[in-house]
Write a protein that binds this ligand. Structure first.
Ligand code: PMP
Length: 354
């Protein structure tokens, strides 16, 4: 007897960090920004005429696309926008990874990549990072169906220099190379300039981290006009109006406020560097994070102990207990300076107890 259950797409979904809602919590588990969005966002909301919400939004999200293009010195046909970079990445996977050859990405990276590959039935191979969480470049030289690189990588925080990326791309001119720059604004450089040289490189960025707009869901991709047109064809084949009217206007206002962005970014980076010194003092080791989080392991105390004890104090960090290579690491998002001072005090207490 046949059953509808025989035809289900069964999949183990990606599990995001928890979103507890406790008044006294210190939430350092999903790499959100501890500071509010630009005051220009408040202005948009204050002046918004809700009557506009009767109408469907612009399918092309042109105001937002144009603002991102202008900010990055690109033409508007080189910019794609989506509902967070998760949406952008998922569409990129669907659009570009249709070969029978496996796509490649590291064993330790954003753990949504393998979920999308499973969902869209894309073959994939995960290449182990070396013991310092660095890419082994030669692993990416062979034939493949495409490449995804988070740079800086997550959850390690480690960044690849442009010449390493260039080398990988030079060996892969016949497939699309996606560079996921979710955390790039906390590092020293973007690979954006590579899209001028390579028509097969797609740079993906997000408003969720450096622009404090995780709740608004805005992400974008930049690449050759051909790549962007192909993504738009796929996107318009299942949803004509992905971006709300509000997210378009809020996104455009936020990206134009460069001064505020620079100030907030500097605050997060300064606190990150302070936290690194404190973690070292407490006996943690970590790669040189260029993100808004630190991926750290204590020299003697298991990660689970810190995770559980912090949780009791309503301090939330992230741990990837299912992956034996990184089970003792904590991924600690950078909060306000005050929040990080409390975190350090609590870590110190836990260390003394064990
Ligand atoms: N890429 C990486 C590497 C991430 O860590 C995240 C955040 N979970 C994303 C993409 C997606 O972010 P968003 O959908 O909020 O833009």
């Amino acid at each position: 007897m046949s059953s509808w259950k025989d035809n289900l797409r069964t999949i183990e979904p990606y599990v995001p960090g928890e979103q507890p809602d406790l008044p006294d919590m210190i939430k350092l588990n999903t790499n959100e920004n501890p500071y509010p969005p630009s005051p220009k966002v408040q202005e948009v909301l204050d002046q918004y005429d809700i009557n506009a919400l009767r109408l469907y939004p612009d399918p092309n999200s042109q105001h937002l696309v144009d603002a991102i293009a202008e900010y990055n010195g690109l033409n508007s046909d080189q910019v794609f926008v989506g509902v967070g970079s998760d949406d952008v990445l998922a569409i990129a996977f669907m659009t570009f990874f249709n070969s029978k050859k496996p796509i490649l990405f590291p064993d330790i990276t954003y753990s949504f990549y393998d979920v999308w590959a499973e969902l869209f039935q894309i073959p994939y191979v995960q290449k182990p990072l070396d013991d310092h969480f660095e890419f082994v470049r030669s692993d990416y030289y062979g034939e493949n169906g495409g490449i995804v690189i988070a740079n800086p990588n997550a959850p390690t925080g480690v960044v690849q220099e442009l010449d390493a990326l260039r080398d990988i791309i030079d060996h892969n001119r016949d497939v699309v190379v996606i560079i996921d720059e979710a955390y790039v604004d906390f590092s020293d450089h973007s690979a954006l300039e590579l899209i001028k040289e390579y028509d097969n490189v797609l740079i993906v960025q997000t408003y969720s981290k450096s622009r404090s707009l995780a709740g608004m869901r805005i992400g974008h991709a930049m690449g050759s006009a051909e790549l962007i047109a192909a993504m738009n064809d796929v996107r318009f084949s299942y949803n004509s109006y992905p971006m709300t009217r509000l997210s378009v206007e809020i996104g455009a206002a936020a990206i134009r406020d460069k001064a505020y962005f620079e100030e907030m970014r500097k605050r997060v980076v300064d606190t990150r560097e302070w936290t690194k010194k404190e973690l070292t003092r407490l006996g943690f080791t970590f790669g040189d994070s260029k993100t808004n989080f630190i991926f750290a392991k204590h020299k003697t105390i298991p990660g689970e102990v810190f995770f559980d004890e912090l949780r009791k104090k309503h301090i939330f960090v992230r741990r990837f207990g299912n992956n034996p290579r990184i089970k003792d690491y904590l991924r600690i998002s950078i909060g306000t300076q005050k929040e990080m001072e409390i975190l350090v005090q609590e870590l110190e207490k836990i260390e003394k107890m064990h």
